[in-house]
Design a protein around this ligand. Structure first.
Ligand code: SF4
Length: 289
């Protein structure tokens, strides 16, 4: 039984700690997609929830945004610690309400989701000057997907991404998180390259209580990979990521896809050949910033 609660907050926009974005917006606390690897589960600590991650949502209601000048030409990431189009959005429409509130302003917006409910807001999203929508896809194996999250199928995500792409809205296939030995990055790039403008790559990071959860899962379901996971997540070796980085680079060179380590989606116009962006090292960059 999920615990849904309505709450009032003063401000819906907060400073972002993501490198490429100035502000973050999360219309909900918690997420019914309940991904096993969700780094946002740390939110439980700050919000006093004792339920399991994925079993509660606080629905935010906020005061109208007053000073739009402050956000002029700034970038906003919608969905940094929740999925703004998780199923509860169908009933509460808080993400839609936020988009309605900011649509006439000169703000760069990225929406990140694993859902196709966003199709409902296609016409609204088309009114934005500079907007990008990213769908997380870290496998083409539906059984593995079902083990990891309660969101819609990969086919539905790709189909939704294609609809947006065909409407000339900038789209990203976010290959995240990459599970060593399980996520076939090149197969996903091949499958999605004609329906997105950028492909982001992010590795699986394990920390807090989900580190143990994932390592137990690997021990039980992929025992042949346990040593690899131990090497990466207990011994902190980076050889796997370096090798994968090179394999993807070689693939991109052969396929004439631009492969870079950093990118601002808002600097680029809609283009047909996707740019592949490797964020494997953005934690290191953040640390040294
Ligand atoms: S969809 Fe995103 S925010 Fe929601 S549980 Fe999964 S990783 Fe966390």
């Amino acid at each position: 039984m999920n615990n849904i609660k309505e709450i009032e907050v003063k401000n819906i926009i907060s400073k972002s700690n993501l490198l490429a974005y100035d502000y973050a917006v999360n219309p909900y606390i918690g997420c019914l997609h309940g991904c096993k690897y969700c780094y946002a589960s740390f939110m439980k600590k700050f919000t006093g929830h004792s339920e399991e991650w994925g079993e509660f949502v606080d629905v935010k209601f906020w005061n109208p945004i007053k000073i739009f000048k402050k956000y002029n030409k700034k970038s906003i990431f919608i969905g940094s610690v929740t999925d703004p189009y998780q199923p509860i959005e169908l009933r509460y429409e808080r993400t839609k309400a936020f988009l309605e509130e900011i649509k006439d302003f000169d703000i760069n917006v990225n929406i990140s989701t694993k859902s196709d409910l966003i199709l409902r807001d296609l016409n609204l999203i088309k009114q934005f000057k500079n907007i990008n929508v990213s769908w997380s896809i870290n496998t083409l194996d539906e059984d593995f997907r079902k083990e990891m999250d309660n969101a819609v199928s990969i086919e539905r995500r790709i189909s939704c991404m294609k609809t947006f792409y065909d409407e000339k809205i900038k789209t990203t296939c976010f290959i995240s998180p990459i599970f060593p030995g399980i996520t076939d990055v090149i197969a996903i790039i091949k499958k999605c390259r004609y329906c997105c403008n950028t492909i982001w790559l992010e590795k699986l990071n394990l920390r807090d209580d989900f580190k143990l959860k994932i390592l137990n899962y690997i021990t039980n379901y992929y025992p042949h990979l346990y040593n690899l996971y131990k090497e990466i997540y207990i011994d902190n070796k980076v050889d796997y990521w370096k090798k994968l980085d090179k394999e993807i680079k070689d693939f991109c060179d052969r396929e004439k896809l631009l492969y870079v380590k950093d990118n601002n989606v808002f600097d680029r116009d809609f283009c047909n050949n996707p740019i592949v962006v490797n964020y494997f090292y953005h934690d290191d960059i953040k640390d040294t910033k």
